[in-house]
Design a binder for this molecule. Structure first.
Ligand code: TRP
Length: 453
């Protein structure tokens, strides 16, 4: 007999849970550094356009597939058409690749939290602090291990519900604090450097548009909204039939994009005012190098307090995401190898530490080893976001267009109200594979160094 699937109580419950998975380091750490690197305003514009068209269509597709079948990704594809079960498996590889390096960055958050809470804000605000501790093998490993250890303890203990409750209360606090810091950061940047920084971020400069703007914005869209890896299918499987699917998707998107936008406002104008326009190219360390300086400029005491509150909130947002990532991987291993929860959790922990080692050491002892010219963390990030996720997204769209047909999705959406953007959805689902294929080819050519921006 099939077990009755538990479900979210209503729309608010669903939106908060899905947004809780979506909001994490992707919004706070990844979005600002990519936006800064790939053209500022033009990246923001491309991202928003992609989110409203492509992101919307893919998210509605995944949630509808989940709700229709009542199963997570592998089972869902299998139920719809056995031959396409492999799409579910391919998507499942993504969290396996993301979890380890996500935890390395989670470790960086812990490190800054430690610095701010032990009265060392002045060190944390120095430019070379980030390079100093990420270059130190011992420190990188210890903080990485603590972060993934906490994640594993929560997953092992099965107490994620408790953590999720806490994070739902703290999410609104994160929003308010983000607004306050963003406003402060902008005022600070205007005082130091006029409007250059703000304009760089919000005014699209079309001369900065390259294909990498689209490649990176698309990868960021997948990452930030937890798309193209089966996650939203799983969430959809817990959704009740009478909850309005389309408006839920709008709410998740607005929430996720709103936080990312604010994170950009906190970081990018300030970077420009500290190090000029050239400063935008700092890569993965951008948020960590910039924000401590902004906090410290508030004065040692206030700066430390704001720093502690901010990094605690980022830590919680990161933990809810890493817990949900690990949970996903654990259940895949459990189902696949018919294991109990504890051994499968320990296997995932061990494997993640191994896979995470190169990413943790890539800024220090392993800095000489650069696959495709990238440090290991950027490499794993590139592999999952720019290669595997577009492939999963292409396959999902083709599956919908030619196997189950878009009407299957439309019918599922219409169970809970009118599908207002039906035309947009049908158009996007047909053209997306071609668009994604172009993006994928460029990403590969860029990766192997044939073309350069
Ligand atoms: N979207 C999350 C973020 O922005 C990261 C993420 C990707 C994630 N895939 C996930 C979180 C799966 C939970 C589950 O940080």
């Amino acid at each position: 007999m099939e077990k009755e699937r538990s479900s979210f109580s209503g729309k608010l419950g669903f939106v908060l849970a899905a947004a809780g998975s979506a909001v994490g380091l992707g919004n706070l750490w990844r979005f600002p550094y990519l936006a800064a690197k790939y053209g500022g305003g033009i990246f923001l514009l491309v991202y928003i356009v992609l989110a409203l068209t492509f992101g919307f269509s893919l998210m509605i597709t995944e949630i509808a597939i989940g709700r229709k079948t009542g199963l997570s990704a592998v089972g869902a594809f299998q139920k719809l058409n056995k031959k396409y079960t492999f799409i579910g498996y391919l998507g499942a590889i993504v969290p396996i690749l993301i979890l380890p390096y996500y935890s390395v960055i989670g470790g960086w958050v812990l490190k800054y939290l430690t610095a701010f809470s032990t009265g060392n804000a002045h060190y944390a605000a120095e430019s070379d602090y980030f390079g100093y501790f990420t270059g130190n093998a011992g420190q990188s490993l210890v903080f990485f291990a603590i972060f993934i250890g906490i994640t594993a303890l929560v997953v092992l203990g099965g107490v994620q519900k408790g953590i999720e409750k806490v994070s739902k209360i703290l999410m609104p606090v994160l929003v308010v604090l983000s607004i306050v810091i963003a406003v402060y950061s902008c005022i600070f940047s205007v005082q130091n450097n006029g409007f250059d920084g703000i304009l760089y971020y919000i005014k699209p400069d079309f001369s900065k548009f390259t294909y990498m703007t689209v490649v990176s914005a698309m990868g960021q869209l997948f990452y930030s909204m937890s798309l193209a890896m089966g996650i939203m299918i799983t969430y959809g499987s817990y959704m009740k039939k009478d909850v309005n699917l389309e408006s839920s998707v709008h709410h998740i998107e607005i929430f996720d994009t709103g936080i990312a936008f604010l994170a950009g406002l906190m970081v990018i104008p300030a970077v420009v005012s500290f190090s000029g326009i050239e400063g935008v190219n700092k890569g993965p360390g951008l948020m960590f190098v910039t924000l401590p300086k902004v906090f410290y400029s508030m004065g040692p005491v206030l700066g430390s307090i704001v720093g502690v509150i901010f990094f605690v909130l980022v830590l919680l947002a990161a933990l809810t995401s890493s817990i949900s990532l690990m949970e996903t991987v654990v259940s895949i291993i459990q189902d696949k190898f018919h294991l109990e929860r504890t051994p499968s959790c320990l296997i995932v922990l061990g494997a993640s530490i191994l896979i995470g080692l190169p990413s943790a050491l890539g800024f220090g002892v392993l800095s000489g080893v650069t696959p495709l010219g990238m440090d290991f963390l950027t490499f794993f990030d590139f592999l999952s976001n720019s290669i595997i996720m577009p492939i999963v997204a292409i396959l999902t769209c083709i599956f919908v267009c030619y196997i189950i047909k878009p009407t299957a999705i439309v019918e599922e959406v219409e169970l809970s109200g009118k599908f207002k953007l039906k035309k947009l959805f049908k158009f996007m689902i047909y053209i997306a594979p071609a668009l994604l294929a172009v993006i994928l080819v460029f990403a590969i050519l860029e990766g192997i160094g044939i073309v350069k921006v």
